[in-house]
Design a protein around this ligand. Structure first.
Ligand code: ATP
Ligand code: MG
Length: 418
């Protein structure tokens, strides 16, 4: 019987690869412009890291983690997000002793046991950025500008940046009290998960996806009416910095985001109502995970959602060259020559292919067309004798004279006459 991929997972097939490379190249290029270096952390971590780092009242910890015991009876969890592991590595390697801020990015698979549907998978990928060691509002704005810049460069045109201020441990308790007072009347109608959030983290209820909970929270008090002077001042400056860059945004007091660790600024970027990026400031997380007191701000961007958006919007992604030169050969000697020539050309950076399928000489031309080869070269008795040949440009059949032993010339013609 045929075996299928597990529910909620998706293969990246070769025909899709160029889209992934396209966005990944943009992530890497723009990260470099912002002085951000890559970090790679393991796919699995001790479960404890996410309990502390993501928060016990989040959907992720309450419902979505892939947690299991390994053969040594340790509780292990496949990473559901990239921030907590990046913080763990930052602390473990004592990167906080170096000059700050530390700017990190990652491209990583994430695992969440979710109801599989369009744009929601059990294994998905994130491009994420974390800036450690700066409490300045300019850093919040830089992170948002970076995320917007990436999405713009990718080609998205209906981008919307929504921001909010979640306050800090000084002012949020007052808001939590007001929220609880408001929710109390409808406590019995809350979903079971939200009931457990009521005492521990009532703000989490605002992010619940259950219809009944959404209905209850519709007219809830908003955090912006409770934030302290210092948080308000920070938020105003963030907005000023965004204004300076002429990045449009809306303040949306309804967004609270899915992770417990946020403080002050949080944001979401939507493209036509579709959330592709979420992030914010998390000034207490590094301490929470056992590091020094150190502020931080970052975001995570869903790569599958980004690619789905590219497809929905019909954004043209430049295709990568398939085969540059297809070498057809006649006879045993020709075949051997073609085999060696292809190898030599590959060594100097030409994408060359030969007949590995035992096709007839006639069928080779059809094949070269099918794989989209840009040029074709025939090696027959004449060519072997004179060491002179022609390479034919497939799209218009124009021919270029070459000498078979001048590899650099062949390369130069191919690269310049594509
Ligand atoms: P949502 O509210 O949609 O569940 P979230 O708050 O859980 O999102 P984050 O944890 O902030 O999302 O993750 C950042 C980004 O990762 C999201 O904006 C989204 O693009 C992507 N993402 C999150 N969960 C999934 C998933 N299960 N499948 C695909 N992409 C996802
Ligand atoms: Mg979620």
């Amino acid at each position: 019987m045929e075996i299928q991929a597990p529910k909620g997972t998706k293969d990246m097939l070769p025909s899709q690869a160029y889209k992934w490379h396209y966005v990944e190249n943009i992530f890497r290029e723009i990260s470099k412009n912002f002085g951000i270096k890559e970090i790679r952390t393991p796919v699995f971590e001790h479960t404890e890291l996410f309990l502390r780092g993501v928060g016990e009242t989040t959907d992720i910890v309450q419902k979505e983690m892939y947690t299991f015991k390994d053969k040594g009876d340790r509780s292990i969890t496949l990473k559901p997000e990239g921030t907590a592991p990046a913080v763990r590595a930052f602390i473990e390697s004592r990167l906080f002793n170096e000059a700050q801020p530390t700017k990190l990015y990652y491209i990583t698979p994430c695992f969440r046991y979710e109801k599989a549907q369009k744009g929601r998978y059990r294994q998905f990928h994130q491009y994420g950025v974390e800036m450690f060691g700066s409490k300045e509002p300019s850093m919040d704005a830089e992170v948002m500008a970076l995320a917007m810049g990436v999405l713009k460069k990718v080609g998205l045109k209906s981008l919307k940046l929504n921001i909010n201020n979640l306050g800090c441990p000084e002012c949020r308790p007052k808001y939590n009290e007001a929220l609880k007072a408001f929710l109390k009347e409808n406590y019995d109608s809350l979903c079971e998960t939200c009931k457990t959030r009521f005492e521990k983290n009532p703000m989490r209820i605002l992010d619940c996806k259950e219809k009944s909970c959404k209905e209850i929270t519709k007219n809830a008090p908003i955090i912006l009416d409770y934030t302290c002077d210092s948080c308000n001042d920070h938020f105003s400056k963030v907005k000023e910095y965004l204004d300076v860059l002429e990045i449009p945004y809306s303040v949306d007091p309804g967004i609270v985001r899915g992770l417990d660790y946020y403080t002050k600024t949080i944001f979401e970027i939507l493209n036509d109502d579709y959330t592709v990026c979420g992030g914010g400031r998390y000034d207490k997380l590094i301490e929470e995970i056992g590091g020094p007191e150190m502020p931080a701000v970052g975001f995570g961007m869903g790569i599958e959602r980004l690619i789905a958006t590219i497809e929905d919007e019909n954004i043209e992604v430049p295709r990568e060259d398939d085969i540059e030169l297809y070498i057809s050969a006649r006879g045993e000697e020709g075949k051997m020559y073609a085999f060696k020539l292809a190898h030599k050309l590959r060594e100097i950076g030409v994408n060359a292919e030969i007949n590995h399928a035992g096709r007839s000489f006639k069928a080779e031309m059809k094949f070269a067309n099918k794989i989209g080869a840009l040029f074709n070269l025939v090696i027959g008795d004449d060519e072997l004798g004179t060491k002179e040949a022609k390479i034919k440009r497939m799209k218009d059949r124009e021919e270029f004279n070459i000498k078979l032993d001048n590899l650099e010339e062949i390369k130069q013609i191919i690269k310049s006459q594509k």
